[in-house]
Write a protein that binds this ligand. Structure first.
Ligand code: DAH
Length: 341
């Protein structure tokens, strides 16, 4: 027999055996196919092996090599088919079940996404980053120095009332006095200034805790974005500019911003920050020029540097942006709500 004919027969054998094994939908038909193609006595492979003997002797090495390759391929495809049937899958072919169509689009996995508050935090960091503010972090369990004293909130101040704070029953290792869940992110201002020399330009976004009864606008845990800028010759105009740039970036160019005189122990003067879209003013937080007492408490010289600080409610920003009317929705974890963001 001519070598070229022999090689052609091998190829045909390989193609039809692989196709037949792939089509088998049960053990019985696979066994018949095995006997047909690989059977020791009268299988096609056996017949081809006999043909190999009829090749001219100088063509035998090449024919034999190809014969062995094809034998291995076909045996592999038989094993694959057997494993497939064993694993409970039926056929890829016609025997049973729907035909497998590799051109159909796959089933998309529902991989979920970030919580709307997390998305908001990422965006706020991004906007403030573009304004030159880096991100600082502080602990949620705080001592009284960082939550109150260094912020110019003296011992007798009503803000320290146990009924308005989550004091913890465990005492701090290094801290004197009790620990509490921080009631404001202004704590991070102190931590940053304790560790860095001016100038300072940071924001800090995180959870704060207050024993409020949950309703549409209150929740015992919520998020604040704190901002702090300390440098030479900082003025209230800088504060307003930064907040206006922030507000227009996050909420749109039609937003107006206004300051109302207010009081915070750690700023002087202090203001409430309101925003509006022509439909009434909404308060978003507080701000002011950092009180010289605060600068002194962290070892800064109020004669040399000044600065501004602000604290805005993150939930409030997100609610206004997405027209959410109840803060509790964020923490019910109802996927029908969360899926919308
Ligand atoms: N910490 C204040 C609060 O929780 C908000 C605030 C007001 C933060 C004025 C500031 C500030 O940094 O300067 O109500």
């Amino acid at each position: 027999m001519a070598l070229s004919d022999f090689l052609k027969q091998l190829d045909e054998f390989s193609a039809s055996a692989v196709e037949a094994f792939g089509r088998c939908g049960d053990a019985g038909s696979l066994e018949s196919a095995r006997i047909e193609f690989l059977g020791a006595k009268s299988g096609t492979l056996r017949a081809l092996q006999k043909q190999l003997g009829t090749l001219q002797s100088d063509e035998k090495p090449q024919g034999g090599k190809r014969f062995n390759e094809v034998k291995r391929e076909v045996e592999e495809s038989f094993k694959t088919a057997a494993a497939r049937l064993e694993s409970g899958e039926s056929t890829g072919g016609a025997a049973k079940g729907p035909r497998f169509d590799p051109t159909l689009p796959g089933q998309a996995f529902d991989i979920g996404h970030l919580h709307p508050i997390t998305q908001t935090i990422e965006e706020l960091k991004d906007i403030m980053g573009r304004l030159g503010f880096s991100v600082a972090d502080g602990p949620e369990v705080e001592d009284e120095r960082h939550n109150f004293e260094a912020l110019n909130i003296p011992l007798e101040h009503p803000a320290r009332d146990p009924l308005d704070n989550f004091y913890l029953s465990v005492a701090g290792k290094d801290a004197k006095g009790p620990l509490l869940l921080r009631s404001q992110t202004s704590t991070v201002q102190i931590r940053v200034m304790e560790q860095t020399a001016p100038p300072v330009r940071v924001i800090s976004i995180g959870r704060v805790y207050r024993p409020d009864t949950a309703d549409a606008t209150h929740y015992p845990m919520f998020h604040q974005m704190e901002g702090l800028l300390i440098d030479r010759h900082v003025t209230m105009a800088d504060l307003k500019t930064v907040l206006r740039l922030f507000a227009t970036s996050y909420l749109g160019h039609d937003v107006h911003i206004r300051f109302r005189p207010s009081f915070f122990p750690f700023t002087e003067p202090s203001v409430e920050v309101d925003m509006s879209w022509g439909d009434g003013w909404i308060e978003f937080g507080g701000a002011g020029m950092v009180d010289p007492n605060v600068l002194q408490s962290v070892g800064y010289d109020p004669e040399q540097v000044s600065g501004f600080a602000f604290g805005l409610g993150v939930e409030r920003l997100c609610m206004r942006r997405h027209r959410i009317t109840d803060i509790r929705e964020f923490y019910r974890n109802d996927v029908r709500f969360l899926r919308q963001f």
